[in-house]
Ligand binder design. Structure first.
Ligand code: GDP
Ligand code: ZN
Length: 301
């Protein structure tokens, strides 16, 4: 039977099966070695019932995607937070707390670097109004990211967001207090979720040991609940590839004079020309500069 890994501790993996049941299955060493994969939530597996009544994972199916961060202090190692994600839903509030776009950009870069489509949610629109939300965050829609302007209080945007989560596997993240839990509970009554938080500090070298959970959504789809997104380091994005994580730069960089242009000082840089012309957003460019500095520092280790 085919299933999806919801959670696991100490070799006991909770697997949500196609027939709707959840079984606890063991992962045998042989399967582990053959697959070469360290099992993570979101992995699709084949489970089998052995003689007696024990379930085992007989096969790990190929991954469509994975959200991973570099293990601190290890050159090649990476820690997979979740497998087979379709999207990263980054939630910020229009007010209370005040939104930090630099932090939003950082999370978009992490999603891009992992090849997972981001989606932006601006909650608490009841505190200031949609025109202000569009003025501040419309840039994200212009560069191609789906933008949801929501309010748990008024109900604005909730149907569209529920639609966007339907039948997909999503990780929902954002700073503390923006309304992530309130949103999930408003979208799916009775589903009580803790959702991962971004802390304000960059926490190098420390890593979370608490595992992630995958929650099945009523009607289809999953939401990942993980504390693993709390550390907002750059996750090993090479400085030279950072421009590829900014879709609006990606579209321009072939027009730069130098193929290895880093869009800072070079003459005939299409990105800086666009910045001067106002088609590249100032705060996005500032985020690029800041994250590039950070990536360079990380590369020294
Ligand atoms: P989380 O930390 O991101 O999970 O945020 P919570 O869901 O715990 O919400 C933090 C606070 O914001 C709570 O007091 C909520 O009642 C409040 N809140 C959540 N959504 C909205 C909203 O759309 N409008 C307003 N005004 N308050 C909200
Ligand atoms: Zn350039």
């Amino acid at each position: 039977m085919k299933g999806v890994v919801l959670h696991g501790t100490g070799g006991a993996w909770h697997v949500h099966c196609e027939d709707g049941s959840t079984v606890v299955a063991a992962l045998r060493g042989r399967v582990k070695h053959e697959s070469g994969i360290k099992l993570a939530v979101g992995d699709e597996v084949m489970v089998r019932r052995d003689e007696g009544s024990d379930w085992t994972i007989a096969e790990i199916l190929p991954r469509r995607s994975r959200l991973a961060r570099k293990e601190p202090g290890r050159a090649r190692g990476e820690r997979v937070i979740a497998a087979n994600l379709d999207q990263v839903v980054v939630v910020f509030a229009l007010r209370k707390p005040e939104p930090h776009v630099a932090m939003l950009d950082r999370f978009l870069v992490i999603a891009e670097a992992n090849g997972i489509a981001p989606r932006v949610v601006i909650n608490k629109v009841d505190l200031a109004g949609e025109p202000e939300a569009r003025a501040m965050f419309g840039v994200y829609e212009r560069i191609g990211y789906p933008l949801h302007i929501t309010s748990v209080r008024s109900g604005a945007g909730l149907d569209a967001l529920r639609e966007a989560l339907h039948d997909r596997t999503s990780v929902v993240t954002g700073p503390s207090g923006v309304g992530k839990s309130s949103l999930m509970n408003a979208l799916y009554t009775g589903l009580s979720l803790r959702v991962g938080e971004i802390s304000a500090s960059v926490n190098k070298g420390r890593h979370t040991t608490v595992g992630a959970y995958l929650h099945p959504l009523p009607g289809g789809g999953f939401v990942v609940d993980t504390p693993g997104l709390r550390e907002v380091g750059m996750w090993g994005v090479p400085s030279g590839e950072l421009d590829l994580c900014f879709p609006e730069f990606r579209a321009l960089k072939d027009a730069c004079r130098f193929a290895d242009c880093i869009h800072l000082q070079e003459p005939d840089c299409a990105v800086r020309d666009a910045l001067a012309a106002g088609t590249v957003d100032r705060s996005r460019y500032a985020s690029y500069q800041k994250l590039r500095e950070e990536a360079l520092v990380a590369e020294e280790y």
